[in-house]
Design a protein around this ligand. Sequence first.
Ligand code: AMP
Ligand code: TRP
Length: 334
Amino acid sequence: PALPTAPLAPVLPPTSVGVFAGIQPSGELHIGNYLGAVRRWVELQRQHECFFCIVDYHAITQEYDASALPQRTFDMAVSLLAAGIDPDRAVLFVQSHVPEHTELAWAFTSVTPVGELERMTQFKEKAQRQESVLAGLLNYPVLQAADVLLYKADTVPVGEDQVQHIELTREIARKWNARYGEGFFPEPQALVGDAKRIMGLDGQAKMSKSIGNTIGILEEPEAIWQRLRPAMTDPARVTRNDPGTPEICNIYHLHRHFSPPATIEEVAQKCRTAGWGCLDCKRVLADNVARVFEPIRQRAAELKAHPERVREILAAGAERAQVVARETMHGVRE
Ligand code: AMP
Ligand code: TRP
């Protein structure tokens, strides 16, 4: 197929509304960020002007492996494209390729109270785990606000954990507008779907790469099964014959995203009556997860065989993003 090396759709004029979302360059997508965010992005791009950004400048605010970052950025691009982000419909790019993001973030640091940053839940959680907290970690939501407002986006499709950051983005927009001119930035809204907080396989914490409780969307069927096998279920089911409560079991909740309605019913009933053991239930889930992601796995394999195509898509995306970013920064400097 022809490569999208040049702008393919009209670029969003800086005054119109649109969608912006960011994602960390954590390598492969997992079913948490896929269900919580990316699946939604794929729908939104059909009807709205969309900017999707791999946020590498956010990724350096905590301890990370610098030598692995380029690969993890590339792998995230592969996952997003394989999952259905279409460079003919949406602008997909890497944050550091558009330096206006960090420039706007700097301007925003001067309308953002430190107190607001210190009370962010994500900051408190991450800071707590560190001996020495970097200034970048505190300022992380300022950069996030710059990401969104650089494109004057009004809709930000995210999981629940990001809602507070979008609230702060609104506040930054308000403070900016109050000081420099009403209506310059819109106040964006978070768009949170029905899979706003997918739990990890430990059943304890949100599914997250940094915790290692994930299933990657590109994993082979056997690997998916190996991950699901030891996953946490209803603790009341100590032996095969103990009945369980599906609503408190994470495996049941995952079935609701991957299995057909009849299977979901069957899972609930067989759990309550101990008709199935937890392993039986997981086996069915593993098969359904593998089936749902089969076409995505295939597309990813094709993309990985043509890394230059992926790089061209990202380069073209950055070029298109920068047209809007420059225009906004021009207004900001004025
Ligand atoms: P991240 O991969 O942490 O950059 O997150 C990318 C997007 O996916 C953000 O909108 C998150 O809110 C969302 N997300 C990440 N993990 C989960 C999860 N376990 N459940 C639901 N949404 C998630
Ligand atoms: N902080 C977001 C996360 O960890 C990623 C992100 C960066 C983002 N910039 C954004 C999300 C702008 C939405 C809009 O998931």
